[in-house]
Design a protein around this ligand. Structure first.
Ligand SMILES: C[S@@+](CC[C@H](N)C(=O)[O-])C[C@H]1O[C@@H](n2cnc3c(N)ncnc32)[C@H](O)[C@@H]1O
Length: 266
């Protein structure tokens, strides 16, 4: 009885959140003058020009080779087979076909290899934990850094598994998962861990939640750092970069989706 009430409550709140973010998408259109990249890898030169002017293209190529030769997607797949109920695994096993998302994750891997951040916070681990896996792989290869990931983890536990089902076991030592929503836990987390270097939003995509997360992350970001966001299909990211006079860059992918990056030098 208690479980069915929990399922209904979770399902209803998830549907409401999604509907609200679809409405936001119509009301708050992205700015027409946002800077669009032709591919995610282009962000590396944009940011490294500002952050690491001496970095060579060969270094970037070697990082790209390094992540592509690891077969991280294969490792994620193995971990999912271990952690997911078979029916669920069968339903989502083609996750690795999302080539555009994988290119974005590779760009994040390269940025982390170049800039060597110490603390990263992300919101939205997701059922598989793809962004977590790429961030953690880069931290492992740098031999530096810790990732704090916020996700309420409320839906999947009903079915006996958790968010991040594909994060390879050996990478998890550099990750702490905060099982909560960002609205109530993000600021408390920053107060506990101190200033961070990178922030990634991929949790609750409502306009007001995204603006809240970008602004809170900015407040607790070191003097130099990177704020990134998936689902920037409304103007929240544009308003944020405009307010703080930051250069923001977006890449369009999938049918009508956007991922955005901002390099911050306070
Ligand atoms: C699109 S998935 C994240 C995908 C993940 N970044 C990846 O690369 O695999 C969205 C996740 O956001 C989480 N989420 C929803 N509302 C949230 C909130 N208010 N704060 C943090 N996470 C939230 C959901 O539980 C879900 O797991």
């Amino acid at each position: 009885m208690e479980i069915s009430y929990k399922i209904i409550k979770t399902a209803v709140s998830t549907v409401i959140d999604r509907k609200e973010s679809q409405i936001d998408r119509v009301i708050h259109k992205p700015f027409n003058d946002r800077i669009l990249l032709s591919s995610p890898i282009e962000i590396v030169s944009k940011i490294s020009e500002k952050a690491e002017p001496n970095e060579q293209d060969t270094l970037v190529e070697s990082f790209l080779d390094s992540i592509q030769s690891k077969n991280l997607l294969g490792q994620i797949d193995n971990e999912m087979q271990k952690n997911l109920p078979n029916r669920r695994y069968e339903a989502i096993k083609n996750f690795n076909m999302e080539k555009d998302w994988v290119s974005i994750l590779e760009s994040i891997y390269i940025l982390i290899r170049l800039l060597k951040p110490n603390l990263i916070v992300e919101t939205g681990v997701g059922e598989i934990g793809m962004s977590s896996s790429y961030i953690l792989a880069a931290m492992m290869d740098n031999d530096k850094g810790h990732l704090y990931s916020i996700d309420p983890d409320k839906f999947y536990e009903i079915y006996g598994y958790h968010v991040g089902s594909g994060i390879p076991g050996e990478l998890r030592v550099r990750q702490t998962i905060v099982r909560d929503i960002s609205q109530t836990s993000l600021e408390a987390l920053f107060k506990k861990i101190g200033k961070i270097d990178f922030f990634l939003h991929d949790g609750d995509h409502r306009f007001k939640t995204k603006l809240f997360e970008y602004e809170t992350a900015y407040k607790y970001l070191n003097d130099r750092g990177v704020i990134m966001s998936d689902d920037t299909w409304d103007s929240a990211f544009d308003l944020f970069v405009q307010k703080y006079k930051i250069s923001g860059y977006s890449v369009k992918y999938g049918i009508n989706d956007f991922f955005s990056y901002a390099y911050i030098h306070k």
